[in-house]
Design a protein around this ligand. Structure first.
Ligand code: HEC
Ligand code: HEC
Length: 333
């Protein structure tokens, strides 16, 4: 009796160790921040970046900030199929979360922004986002607010012209580079195998065995490469998308890039419905089923789908106090 119990325990232990090894080959714990070789992360810059993320006075209609489309109440996404920008303008795609986004190889569904800094800089003039008429217009707005003149100077002490759109983007980028949200999955990867429930471990096993990790890998379970959406079958037959998006093809005009999208990260994915580049699918279980079908040609059983779904929930991280506290913005002068 005692002998068989210890056999069971040691084989359970062995299977946990094996799963941990497999997981480590495919994934990695989230880093505490996402530094860049090009940009520094001084505290003054990060603090200013957090304020600017919530700043709507740089938009043409005075109502649009980054936080409008990436509120943390919805884990840095907006829970809409497609975002609404200045004067309610409809964006062509769904808003991914800003949490952990800085850790990806590129930004946007089509990977057409190099890093979070380029993303932030270009959002200002984006017709569907801030709709600012020019960089000079934005700089004038910021310049008119006394406290920003002080804060930009502190964040960029060596610049002769501290207030600029480039520095707006660098400050926001520095803050975004701090938005890391580790979860129980990271504890598991660090060796604490009981950080995941048995069901979540089964889900992790199914995720790897089915082939999901061939694309959704690394610390973010995605964000490392572009891939075709709909390798085995046209995606829109399953997502019921109303409009077919040709993906990266529209950026590069290369035939090989047709229907290519960045493999999205899966950190916090349970919190950021609806799914896919056009927000065409509301249910995460449905999104998992479609992925298996159109990317891998696999028909997942209900049990397997649920099991992957449970595993994905373990990727929901804790938002730090700094992330969820709204900053007080400077008075209008
Ligand atoms: C009108 C809504 C809206 C506003 C305002 C907005 N975003 Fe976005 N954001 C989106 C949408 C939609 C996308 C996806 C665009 C695409 O892929 O074509 C996106 C993409 C991103 C991404 C890429 C994430 C990824 O995984 O690829 C980041 C980072 C981001 N936004 C940060 C910001 C920041 C910082 C600001 C403010 C400077 C901002 N956004 C303003 C809607 C918005
Ligand atoms: C061949 C690469 C590849 C494989 C394999 C793959 N995916 Fe994906 N996955 C993608 C791409 C590309 C997208 C983005 C699709 C789009 O444009 O909306 C995506 C999107 C997703 C999304 C939606 C995320 C969001 O924020 O909207 C989920 C969930 C997902 N995949 C889970 C899985 C699961 C679970 C598996 C295994 C059954 C899997 N993927 C297998 C490439 C892949």
């Amino acid at each position: 009796m005692i002998f068989s119990l210890s056999v069971v325990i040691s084989s359970l232990y062995a299977s946990d160790t094996l799963l941990l090894e497999q997981a480590k080959q495919n994934f990695a714990p989230l880093p505490k921040t996402f530094p860049s070789a090009q940009y520094t992360m001084m505290p003054e810059k990060i603090r200013l970046g957090k304020m600017l993320f919530h700043e709507k006075r740089v938009s043409i209609d005075g109502t649009t900030s980054c936080a409008k489309c990436h509120p943390f109440s919805y884990y840095g996404a907006d829970n809409l199929e497609k975002s609404r920008g200045n004067f309610g303008k409809l964006n062509p795609r769904n808003a991914p979360t800003v949490l952990n986004a800085a850790g990806q190889v590129s930004q946007h569904w089509r990977g057409d922004r190099k890093d979070v800094e380029e993303q932030a800089r270009k959002a200002l003039l984006g017709k569907g986002s801030f709709g600012a008429p020019s960089n000079e217009w934005v700089e004038k707005k910021l310049q008119s607010i006394e406290q920003y003149r002080i804060l930009f100077k502190k964040a960029f002490p060596n610049d002769t012209k501290p207030i600029s759109v480039a520095n707006y983007a660098k400050a926001i980028g520095a803050w975004e580079r701090t938005l890391s949200t580790p979860s129980r999955f990271d504890e598991f990867l660090e060796g604490k195998t009981n950080a995941l429930t048995q069901k979540e471990k089964t889900g992790l096993k199914t995720f790897i065995k089915t082939g999901c990790a061939s694309c959704h890998s690394g610390a973010l379970l995605g964000g490392t490469m572009n891939q075709k959406f709909g390798i085995v079958a046209p995606y829109w037959e399953y997502t019921k998308s109303k409009k077919i998006d040709e993906g990266r093809y529209n950026v590069t005009k290369k035939e090989d890039d047709k229907y290519l999208f960045k493999v999205p990260q899966l950190r916090n994915v349970a919190m950021t419905s609806p799914y896919f580049h056009d927000g065409s699918v509301t249910s995460l279980q449905e999104a998992v089923k479609i992925m298996a079908k159109v990317q891998l040609g696999v028909d997942l059983s209900q049990e397997e789908t649920e099991s992957i779904y449970l595993f994905l929930q373990s990727l929901t991280g804790k938002l730090s106090q700094d992330i969820v506290t709204v900053p007080i913005l400077p008075e209008t002068n």
